[in-house]
Write a protein that binds this ligand. Sequence first.
Ligand code: AMP
Length: 221
Amino acid sequence: MVPGARLVILGRQGAGKGTQCVRLARHYVVPHISTGDIFRAAVKEGTEFGNKLNEYMHAGQLVPDEIVIGVVRERLNQRDTRSRGFIFDGFPRTAEQAEELNKMLDEENMPLDLAIDLEVPVEYALTRLAARRTCSTCATIYSTDRPPSINWTCDNCGGEVVQRADDTEEAIRRRLEDYNTLTEPLIAWYLEQDLLVTIDGLGTPDEVLNRLTRAIDHRSG
Ligand code: AMP
């Protein structure tokens, strides 16, 4: 069995992180941890916690750091992440989250292998977000150009494929602004720690996956 991996995938909304993280998780047999997916699952359960999260998410606002960090801490304590590692998708998104992640990993003696910046131009990300459609059950990502084979029914699980509530123009604008001010500075921060690799996110999903695995294998090889 190949060794696991401990990766953080950065990149603005619409860069293709979700699609690539699913593929990387299969390739390396490592849990894909999307904080957005965890929060959407909680919203769907309709608990008080989920309803509170929904207020932030619906408006395209970031969930407060202490909530995000608590959820990640719990997830990192599970057996699969301890044995195989993780691919974080959409986390960390602020300096506080990044610093807390480093602390948690230090405490557990599980150093990060790599932070990857999946880079695409803003206009490209905007077009992709507007076209994005997501399975409301299993979160598989489609687009108006690459729909499921049968009438917006998920090829994976039969769930309904819809436009995400926070993929409206107003919420997209807000999320991209937050990315620029709060998340993009993490790229320089990981670079200072000699943990950063930048990967061109343009091209077919297979081309981008190839670039990613080459960079990861080069780093761990
Ligand atoms: P995503 O699917 O990664 O685009 O996340 C969807 C929404 O979940 C975001 O717009 C935020 O409201 C919330 N969210 C996900 N991850 C984080 C995070 N690391 N920090 C704060 N909010 C988050």
